[in-house]
Design a protein around this ligand. Sequence first.
Ligand SMILES: [Zn+2]
Length: 430
Amino acid sequence: MGAGTADGGGAIGRITNARLADGRHVDISLVDGTISAVDPAGRRGSGESGGPGRGRDGSSAGELDVGGWLLLPAMAEPHAHLDKALTADLVPNPAGDLLGAIEAWVAASAAGRIDRDGIVDRAVTAMEMLAVRGVTAVRTHVNVGEGYGASAVEAVHEARDRIGGLLAVQTVGLVQSPLTGDAGAGNRVALEQAIAAGVGLVGGCPHLEPDGPAMLDYVVGVAAEVGLPLDLHVDETLEPSMLTLRDYALRVIDRGFANGAAASHCVSLGMQPPEVQHEVAALVAEAGIAVFALPQTNLFLQSRGIATGPPRGLTAVDALLDAGATVGAGGDNVQDPFNLVGRSDPLETAALMVMAGHRSPEVAYDMVSNAPRRAMGLAPVTFQPGDPADFVAIDAPTLRAAIADAPMSRRTIRAGRLVASCDQTTTIHR
Ligand SMILES: [Zn+2]
């Protein structure tokens, strides 16, 4: 079976011969980047089966025949680090843990091994890797701090300009610690520089602060003042006594902070007894904080040196979902000192949410597509008229099989335009 390869960039009027995850075989009409109609395949004419070959040059203008492939909501990557992506060989981390990764990054930066052109080039490559796998929106944290200010933000914004409309890019100013007290003065200035440089969200790491509650007061105040949402790295540790997520939720509730809030990692919530998990999860849901589980990097960095029963490092997904919180899942680090491997494929993340997070394939896929879309302020794709025409077509028989096999025969459609194509060729030689 094969999918057409319409000219990239042109608006698609209709996607034909698509199978949805619920088994329907459909044609989808598009107008101005949104779905205008979903019909049984072939109802509106020219519905001949696609099959191999057709569409290599034969998809009619404005029509994309996906040859019976599975058509899914496009994926969204809610937590990336594009300024660090693909530096695993440039920035070794022999210790293999979080502190080792942070120290390796600081040392490489001080030695001048991380320059602006390199960040731009690698970020472009990382975004292309995401796009070809079916991602149409990415949120990236970008280091901001004393001594280098917002220079990495500017580099990532240059990369964003270079990739044009390939995918939507949100940048978070990941301000270094400490942020409070005399020692934090330089980092506070750097955060101001990042805001001036146009970051879309305010970030930071309360669990790395000498005074986490004071830091939370500060960032909630800054975000409220400048009208930006928050997305914080929260409790990236197995140590249960560290639980800044509760402090974060209480501040969002008490201050009526309504710009949007997210918490990434939340590892230590998974180490709490059930009653604490449920109490904090209820606060998170009440605060409207979206939580992003990040299985790759947490599995890589956490539990080093624990020989017996090493924890998985995942947040308390059950308690958060039970409380009604939005839970997405992201890839976090890709081939850098925080995670040596990773392939920028949310289907890898979804597979880990099945294997390590014990979700069904359907829930796991929602965690890498519509759940993060909602948390990122993007409308979900539910195959109803009016929905955004953001899809990934993939050569797989079912959603479960797509997650399991992650075939690289894919078409990525963003806002009704074909933005990336990939075809996997397999030959068995007998
Ligand atoms: Zn991160």
